[in-house]
Design a protein around this ligand. Sequence first.
Ligand code: IPM
Ligand code: MG
Length: 371
Amino acid sequence: MTRAIKIVALPGDGIGPEVVPIAIAVLRTALAQAGVALEVQEALVGGCAIDQCGEPLPKETLAACRAADAVLLGAVGGPQWEDRSMDQRPERGLLGLRSNLELFANLRPALLFPPLAEASSLKPELVSGLDILIVRELTGGIYFGEPRGVFFENNERVGVNTYRYAEHEIERIARLAFNLAGKRQGRLCSVDKANVLEVTDLWREVVSGLAGEFPQVALSHMYVDNAGMQLVRAPKQFDVIVTGNLFGDILSDVAAMLTGSLGMLPSASLAADGLGLYEPVHGSAPDIAGQDAANPLATVLSTAMMCRYSLNLPAVAARIEGAVDAVLQRGLRTADIVGSGHPHGIERVGTKAMGEALLAEIGSGTEGAAS
Ligand code: IPM
Ligand code: MG
């Protein structure tokens, strides 16, 4: 081995501890084939951290992440922690990671694997060849704006959150989105609600102001309500979408579903200093946790994004993505992507069997065959 990569694994809650080990095994095998060793340090975040350390984001976890080449996260949250105060919920752990590590850019690709066209809730012709990238601002907007809270006013409670963006926050996410669009089909759609919200009127102005620097990118703007509609009407009109934290949260779930299942979608959260946190877009899915029913592919695909964006190993990324494609071609499906009926050649498998099939695929592939 010529090189060693050090990552922190944060399996978290629910199905996280089922899918993360599979993704690590796949990553380890793919890296080994490229002569790269993998060191993994496990740490706690979310509900399991609350149970074991009394807080959703222990200091040790944050320090370990800071010292790593990249972070792989499963999921956080579950019904057993839902009645806790807002700052003592598992989700705080994830939001704390994002803000403390300054992971301002969240990349959520919605890519349709051809064998899954039938699993989409849209007609196959609307989604075949779908390849959208949602670039979501992740450390600002209404998720983090102050003041926030529930206050007493005139003898009743009033809930307050603040939707806020400073120019530099808009500019850095827009710049990144322009750059990514330039490497893809060259189309960037900025999503806002500039007809109603001043903060997104500023968003639109700042994004527009950068367009001159990226003559190879065609910039358009869309209101978020229309964007939601267009995503389910004619999703292939989009290449890259850039938007704020809350709109990005909502639109990325919509986009994910176009591809057949939330269980397929990976994501990368990137900081300006190069650190990246990789996680599936799906949550902790407590309803299926512990049943060997979860789809590990979103987490596996997140490790491919890690290879591409943090480790500069695009060939390893392609190999992992190729293995995912191959097991789908072979007809293997977890429950979420099995579709209706019992088409010939489709085999329903559990989480572990899917992982084993991926490992066999990676192990058997010839160098450079995956693309
Ligand atoms: C996501 C999730 C998170 C978010 C939750 C778990 C805090 O929905 O990553 O999309 O709202 O950002
Ligand atoms: Mg979400």
